[in-house]
Design a binder for this molecule. Structure first.
Ligand SMILES: [Zn+2]
Length: 348
């Protein structure tokens, strides 16, 4: 991957090549932003530039520098076949791979996935590629153990030993603690790139030990479409919570359960955001645009979320998000959520 192949992000890229040229490379960095906006591309282009033996510098263009794309390092990096380039990413058991496994057991699939989608594929698309779309992928202890051992190896090519951790926020606690040790005592000649979409779930001790590179989105469109879909689902569901007609509610729960796990989580997180908005705006006597297309509902609903029930509503949604993360049966979890939510709304 060369910088020229990345859409936009010129300011960030130019700053990075300047830092690399100056030799002030931090051994642990976090590229933060949506994969679809090029975070993983950026990490790969960065590592390619870092080891390129014939860095190109330009005058007057939008890029100040780029890797050559032709030296042996660049060629191996472009094919993702560099022996000192290692990856860790979220996985789950598949039909073929079960028992004890780690990212390396899925490396061939991952390489295919990156090359096919030019490193822009989302984590949902990765799960789909792997055939685990209804499971939650995770970066586990076995992965962390490999991070430690891979970085501890002697460099094959005599250059940097590179480790890319994609969707680092999917690390479980054991893996995060193990990674922390590596960050505290880095092996010389190693570079760790954490690529994440959100750092909220990242241990603050990890965040404080990495240099963050922010990638801002130019492609908010997909999110916009998703938000419209979520708004429709949410409003229908909220209406039914008042009526509590079981047949209709069950049908609505089916619709929500038809989303894949990752989307279910996004939907519930979206719902949580709307509830908080309702509470804040309602308290200030301001209307909230819920997206029902029905002004009466948009005016009425926020008055249902008050100081008396906001905490219970938040807890109810948080519990449902956790249930989805734990791979609980989605229909049961969402039905349970519906009952609890209905009760919570009555306590206003
Ligand atoms: Zn090169």
């Amino acid at each position: 991957m060369q910088f020229k192949d990345i859409a936009g992000q010129r300011d960030v890229i130019n700053r990075l090549t300047e830092i690399i040229d100056s030799g002030r490379v931090s051994h642990a960095q976090m590229v933060l932003g949506d994969t679809a906006d090029g975070t993983l591309q950026l990490a790969l282009a960065y590592l390619q530039y870092l080891g390129c033996t014939n860095r190109q510098h330009y005058e007057g263009g939008d890029l100040r520098a780029d890797s050559c794309g032709e030296c042996p390092h660049c060629k191996k990096m472009a094919q993702l076949m560099h022996p000192d380039l290692h990856f860790v990413f979220p996985t789950a058991a598949t039909a073929k791979v079960t028992g004890s496994f780690w990212s390396g057991d899925f490396m061939q699939e991952f390489r295919e996935f990156l090359l096919e989608r030019n490193a822009l594929g989302t984590v949902e698309e990765w799960y789909e590629h792997l055939g685990i779309e209804n499971k939650q992928g995770m970066i586990r202890e076995s992965d962390a153990a490999h991070i430690v051992s891979d970085l501890g190896l002697k460099s094959y090519e005599g250059g940097w030993k590179m480790m890319v951790i994609w969707m680092a926020e999917k690390m479980n606690t054991a893996a995060a603690n193990e990674l922390l040790k590596t960050l505290e005592e880095p092996t010389p000649g190693t570079i760790l790139m954490l690529v994440c979409e959100s750092d909220e779930r990242m241990l603050s001790t990890i965040r404080s030990r990495v240099q963050t590179i922010m990638v801002r989105g130019e492609g908010e469109k997909a999110n916009e479409a998703e938000r419209t879909q979520f708004a429709g689902l949410l409003v229908e569901w909220l209406r039914l919570l008042f009526k509590l007609k079981m047949k209709e509610l069950a049908a609505q729960v089916d619709k929500m359960a038809a989303l894949n796990r990752e989307q279910q989580k996004q939907f519930l997180t979206y719902a949580l955001g709307v509830m908080r908005d309702c509470f804040l705006h309602g308290a200030a006597g301001l209307p909230v645009e819920i997206g029902s297309g029905d002004q009466k509902f948009d005016t009425m609903f926020p008055t249902m979320v008050t100081v008396n029930n906001i905490e219970l509503i938040e807890k109810t949604l948080d519990d449902a998000i956790m249930a989805v993360e734990r791979n609980a049966n989605a229909k049961i979890a969402l039905m349970q959520l519906s009952f609890n939510m209905s009760k919570a709304l009555k306590k206003r």
